[in-house]
Ligand binder design. Structure first.
Ligand code: ATP
Length: 249
């Protein structure tokens, strides 16, 4: 799956690997036309972060994970870019948490849904994981959203209390917040609407953040809810980190 020409010692290896995954997903018909633009926006912010997980992102990650562990009906939402970049990590996390994945995309077409669900089911089989994957037969709608983007599963996103929405669009993030859910966003842009409106925002690259969560669960690191958690402070710290990284170069 991940055969790329670059050597792992190449300074941009991780970035090249992610681009390669998107190219492969594009060939399979998993991506929306704007997928590469969304990825490019993320890459630019990751450059400013120095392509590292910052201490404040790690703190947000731990708090988010604790919230997912405590959730009564936690659901992990997957769109085209997430499936392309981190299907294995999303499946592993869902398996560890014992919660479902739901494929929920902004530009919904039967062909894209089938391509994404097919890719996830192939990775699930290869990894040998027992995870419930939803999205194939939506039977409910997210209130406040119009058109096919509102479609979801009643037993998945609709009735969830805690939801992980990596790389989410601002409208859907707001609609989920208005339903009273704990909305966990992973987004490299601390100024995006989703980042600013979510309950907990992890300003980190998707696969890095997911790997950190999986490692925390494996290491049995104390994963406890941070009662003092302040999401605006987390976003400010991400911006400060970016400014300081630039200043020191
Ligand atoms: P919003 O509607 O929330 O303001 P947006 O319009 O900027 O967001 P979209 O284009 O819908 O965003 O989604 C892309 C978002 O995902 C961007 O904010 C981008 O920074 C972020 N992003 C892209 N790739 C990654 C990645 N690999 N890891 C984390 N974030 C990413």
């Amino acid at each position: 799956m991940d055969e790329i020409a670059a050597d792992p010692s190449h300074p941009r290896y991780a970035s090249l690997l992610m681009r390669h995954r998107l190219e492969e997903a594009e060939k399979k018909g998993m991506l929306a036309a704007s997928a590469m633009i969304a990825h490019g926006r993320g890459e630019a912010f990751d450059y400013l972060l120095g392509e590292v997980t910052t201490p404040s992102a790690l703190k947000a990650t731990r708090h988010a994970l604790a919230s997912m562990v405590q959730g009564k009906r936690t659901v992990l939402s997957v769109n085209g870019n997430v499936a392309a970049l981190a299907s294995d990590e999303m499946l592993t996390l869902a398996s560890e948490l014992g919660c479902p994945l739901e494929v929920n995309i902004f530009y919904r077409t039967p062909e894209r849904m089938e391509a994404i669900l097919g890719h996830i089911s192939e990775r699930k089989r290869i990894l040998g994981l027992d995870v419930e994957v939803l999205g194939h037969a939506p039977n409910a709608r997210i209130p406040g959203l119009k058109g096919p983007r509102a479609a979801c599963h009643k037993e998945g996103i609709l009735e969830s209390d805690v939801i992980l929405v990596p790389l989410e669009d601002g409208d859907r993030c707001r609609a989920l917040m208005e339903m009273g859910k704990t909305v966990i966003v992973i987004d490299l842009n601390p100024r995006s609407r989703s980042a600013r409106e979510g309950t907990i925002t992890i300003v980190d690259e998707l696969s890095r953040a997911l790997k950190n969560m999986i490692a925390m669960l494996a290491d049995k690191v104390a994963v406890v809810v941070d009662e003092q958690y302040d999401n605006h402070a987390t976003l400010d710290m991400a911006l400060e980190w970016m400014l300081n990284t630039l200043k020191h170069e």
